[in-house]
Design a protein around this ligand. Sequence first.
Ligand SMILES: [Ca+2]
Ligand SMILES: [Ca+2]
Length: 412
Amino acid sequence: MSDSAVKISGRIKKTLFWTGGVFGALVLLMVILYLFTPVGKMVFKGIQTGLIFHPEAYSGALFPSDYEQPMLDRINLPPGFRIEIFADNIENARSLAISDQGTIFVGTRTEDKVYALLDKDGDYKAEETIIVAEGLNMPNGVAFKDGALYIAEVSRVLRFDAIDDRLENLPEPVVIFDDFPEETHHGWKFIAFGPDGKLYIPVGAPCNVCDRGDPFASITRMNPDGTDFEIFARGVRNTVGFDWHPVTGQLWFTDNGRDWMGDDKPPDELNRAQKPGLHFGFPYCHGKSIPDPKYGDKDCVLYQGPEIELGPHVAALGMRFYTGEMFPENYKNNVFIAEHGSWNRTVPIGYRIALVTLEENHAVKYEVFADGWRHEGETWGRPVDILVLPDGSLLVSDDRAGSVYRISYLQP
Ligand SMILES: [Ca+2]
Ligand SMILES: [Ca+2]
């Protein structure tokens, strides 16, 4: 071979070497990025079989959208309904409660604050936001009773007496209870007062699936002064929303199903507790009849199944019975559910408000009432809680867009 031929062959080898190297590095980078997507994680853990390539599964996963502004023109509602901003720039807006005087309290989970929203002129737009408390540990839960605001942290419950008269000059809180576990996994709490005058407080399971015994995976209750603590219901993985039926007075609650069992199971749940002492299945059984792979030898008939199975991984959080007069008659005493939206599913689901219709004290129908918080692969908002205002309109909190919306109805 001549010298020039050797030179050319050397150059080809070099080019091939570098091309191969760059290509290999790119492939490796793509594999690493894939493993960080929700689908990649499921494939890696063996929960998904086959490498799934569905555009919906990835959009927004690697490069999350920076939409953090409400995009209300994207929301779909039935005819006659409209949605507007009640309050904006409420970072991580979570649970909602209303006082006698109409002050709206908003808890947070990733912030350390609780807000009060004031609509002073009654136009259903809050013109003032007051930080009621800060420096708290996941103060997700807020409730109002007899002039006092109650706030639930992970392990404590605080009470601020005569709150409405003292918003400008906030009182020191009274700690009514400080004995809840300190685990933060599912440790944030939704709270509400029942028709029995007791404060209901769930304790989530501190895990995806585990059996840690009382008081984990339960709904507890106590008097407003923190006395007579007891466990009301067991087998509840993580409820972040409940309400009492306006006629029967029975407790209904959402429960978030476990993760890593595949895209389509288990379902989230809407449950009904007709009496104290029931066990709702977790961690042994999910939905109506899905035994857990880890605790698979239990007969699901032994547990209280849900009233209705909701979408898998939808993250059903806040729920309220519609007790207002503004909406058409067919909404009366039916259930609105805020679905925060999935993270543990190939094709995302949720990011909407669902409606569950009841007949004879049983849930018979589950349908979408409002959607569009996830639009063309971009999640710009995530509904958390719902509150019926005295005029019959609904407030909806959104912890991604940091907003509180109002949904109203006018006969079309
Ligand atoms: Ca106003
Ligand atoms: Ca259950």
